[in-house]
Ligand binder design. Structure first.
Ligand SMILES: *[C@@H]1O[C@H](CO)[C@@H](O)[C@H](O)[C@H]1NC(C)=O
Ligand SMILES: *[C@@H]1O[C@H](CO)[C@@H](O)[C@H](O)[C@H]1NC(C)=O
Ligand SMILES: *[C@@H]1O[C@H](CO)[C@@H](O)[C@H](O)[C@H]1NC(C)=O
Length: 662
């Protein structure tokens, strides 16, 4: 008997060992190109990566940010003819040259082999290696770059073959990426009787000679008698058309049923045509963009399809791109929603926070950083969120082409908490839900701010808020549970604020286009002319301050487009922040060990002491020194910044309190 137990035990141990060494459970994966697969798992301090590349030559994986035009942190590896595995931490300084060796080697090889077809390398690194040559891996969008070759370096020094490398790059969330359920649970997944709702474009013909198309298809929800939960969704890509698809977004629609019914009878149309009835389809229900495999709701919540209380109509917006102007392309791609009648504990809701898409949202041309803020005021959360709060578990940010940074800030009782999400390397062409590591609680009375930073350097004319791609927007949508009435929580800069920021006193009543009445020197000018001729070079700073400090109208709507009771006030102010949020970053102290190889091949001449000023600045921004503190650097006066301005009063009050109690 004893012997048997012992045998069982040892079998179990062997089984365990085998299991650990062969099928490491990866949290995330992405196919970078057809020959290059990466798998990774973000741990407490490290991220573990594995690359599986269809080559017997060398492979390279790197990380960079969009705002640094050259320079990527790279790791290059290969398996040589003797079966020895090489892994080198390098960096790209000049895109025309091979990645140079780092003096500090911060990638740790865990495993490597090659078979007849593939090279496989597994390695880990810390989020922050403290090496200015490496990119700090954060919650920001990371631009992943890859490179591989059919040959490997001739010697351990790693001089790469001069020509013929395959290269590519793609934005990815490395940390807050939604993970696919484990493959082995596929059978269990089939159990809860999933039904599918396919929302598919009907043979959309890409227009000849046009490099992009925004196509909108309005659909009615499936004919179901009672509430169901959507538990996941995924893209359906028409075979061969992946290259023409940029993104697909499904919006919940509000507004007149008759308009929506008419729209749903068509097979879709070009979006946002001037003469089309304007449909209020703004809350994002589902979204796919290049690189995404869909989204899985957490086990405790699902997205409700509810024939009695939910929206009945949805709009699928598909952004097609056709840069090489290929002819006769027809597409029938779309999204598949998987739903079940086995309801989960909570209904997930979508809360959108941002600026109402409206011309009063103004972005001056030619500026490196323009900050716009949309407010979800304490009254709105106070009227709708239960005492026990709601839990936000996934967030998606949305701007058009000028967006560079986005944050969702949370202010509770004059104290600013850490941002719910923040991306200082936001890429408007990569929009996907990010999964928060832990759900974030939002309580009644919390004030939320969607803060978008734009770069308008590429524009010579004004950009106004709106729904078309040439216009701009600032929205952050969060998935949360349990579902509440509040659906859109926006703000709109008040007219006096906008006018004041442009030096205008009065507009002519009811004129279209909008005409200025006062002051006298501007009378008769259209608003547009004023905006076009405004001297932004001298006036940008005061414009930015006036917009930031100015009043706004809060807009709090339920999912049917109704106003939440007791929130319909004309003007609200920026919330008081007595205790600003300050990000604490542990300073990086690290001796840079120099190995023989790097002394031979490293090119660290430009690395003074051990700090790269370039990367130092980048890090400083990441460590939370406010966007606006950068804007203000050039001006003498302290600029309105939730953090900078409020810090003074906080210290003052503290000083006074201390003085009183002495
Ligand atoms: C080589 O390894 C890769 C990655 O694990 C695997 O996908 C492939 O099937 C293997 N090829 C052969 C010939 O064993
Ligand atoms: C990402 O954000 C979460 C929540 O704000 C934070 O706890 C975590 O440390 C961040 N991760 C990284 C790698 O910066
Ligand atoms: C919509 O597309 C389908 C399939 O292509 C077609 O059969 C139908 O007639 C179209 N309906 C309209 C209103 O164009």
């Amino acid at each position: 008997m004893k012997a048997l137990v012992g045998l069982h035990l040892s079998l179990a141990v062997i089984f365990l060992l085998v299991d650990v060494s062969t099928s490491f459970e990866w949290k995330n994966s992405a196919v970078l190109d057809n020959n290059f697969l990466i798998l990774w798992t973000p741990d407490e301090r490290d991220i573990v990566f594995e690359v599986q590349v269809k080559t017997q030559g060398y492979v390279g994986l790197g990380f960079t940010r969009d705002d640094r035009h050259v320079g990527a942190d790279m790791v290059i590896g290969w398996v040589d003819n003797n079966g020895q595995v090489h892994l080198q931490d390098r960096h790209v300084k000049d895109s025309n040259r091979d990645p140079a060796m780092d003096s500090s080697q911060d990638y740790h090889l865990l495993l490597g082999y090659e078979n007849k077809t593939h090279t496989v390398l597994r390695f880990s690194r810390q989020y922050d290696t403290c090496d200015p040559r490496d990119l700090k891996i954060t919650n920001d969008t990371t631009k992943v770059v890859w490179q591989y070759h059919k040959e490997e370096p001739v010697s351990a020094a790693g001089v790469l073959p001069p020509h013929g490398a395959v290269r590519g790059s793609r934005p990815l969330y490395l940390v807050q990426r939604d993970s696919q359920p484990k493959r082995m649970s596929r059978n269990q997944q089939a159990a809860p009787n999933l039904k599918t709702w396919d929302i598919i474009n009907q043979q959309v013909k890409l227009p000849m000679g046009q490099d992009s198309l925004l196509w909108c298809l309005v659909v009615e929800m499936p004919n179901i008698q009672r509430k169901h939960h959507v538990v996941k969704y995924e893209p359906i890509i028409y075979p061969g058309n992946q290259q023409y698809l940029h993104h697909m977004t499904l919006y919940e629609c509000r507004g007149k049923d008759s308009d929506l019914e008419n729209a749903a009878r068509m097979n879709g149309s070009v979006c946002y045509e001037p003469n089309a009835p304007s449909l209020q389809c703004t809350s994002i229900a589902a979204t796919w963009s290049l690189g995404s495999e869909g989204f899985n709701y957490p086990l405790e919540a699902g997205y409700a399809l509810d024939p009695t209380s939910g929206p009945r109509f949805y709009m699928l917006e598909t952004h097609y791109t056709n840069p090489s102007l290929d002819n006769f392309i027809s597409d029938s791609s779309g999204l598949r929603l998987l739903y079940t009648d086995q309801l989960r504990t909570h209904d997930a809701g979508i809360l959108s926070v941002g600026i109402d898409p409206n011309w009063r949202h103004i972005i001056p041309p030619g500026q490196r950083e323009v900050v716009s803020e949309g407010h979800c005021v304490a009254d709105c959360t106070g009227q709708t969120i239960p005492e026990s709060g709601v839990n936000m578990f996934a967030v998606i940010m949305h701007t058009h082409q000028l967006g560079r940074k986005v944050r969702l800030r949370q202010i509770r009782a004059s104290e600013e908490l850490p941002p719910i999400v923040s991306d200082t390397n936001y890429d408007p062409n990569y929009q996907e839900y990010r999964r928060l590591q832990r759900p974030v609680k939002v309580y009644p009375g919390d004030h939320l701010v969607a803060e978008c930073t734009y770069s308008s350097e590429s524009r010579t004319t004004m950009t106004l808020g709106g729904l078309t791609t040439r216009e701009e927007t600032c929205l952050v949508s969060a998935l949360y549970y349990p579902r509440i009435e509040l659906s859109l929580c926006y703000s709109l800069p008040s007219l006096p604020t906008v006018l004041q920021s442009l030096g205008i006193q009065k507009l002519k009543q009811g004129a279209s286009p909008v005409i200025i009445e006062a002051p006298e020197e501007l009378a008769g000018m259209t608003l547009e002319e004023r905006l076009v001729h405004y001297n932004w070079e001298t006036s940008f700073q005061s414009f930015q301050e006036a917009t930031h400090r100015g009043t706004f109208k809060p807009l709090c709507w339920d999912s049917k487009g109704g106003i939440i009771p007791n929130t319909d006030v004309q003007e609200a102010h920026y919330p008081r922040i007595l205790k600003p949020y300050e990000e604490t970053a542990l300073p990086c102290a690290k001796k840079v060990p120099r190995n023989k190889l790097s002394r031979l091949f490293g090119e660290d001449g430009d690395l003074g002491a051990s700090v790269d000023p370039d990367s130092d600045e980048a890090n400083a921004v990441e460590r939370g020194q406010l966007v606006r503190s950068k804007v203000s650097r050039s001006s003498e006066s302290p600029v309105a910044g939730s953090s900078n301005v409020m810090r003074a009063p906080a210290f003052l009050i503290l000083a006074i309190v201390v003085a009183i109690f002495r």
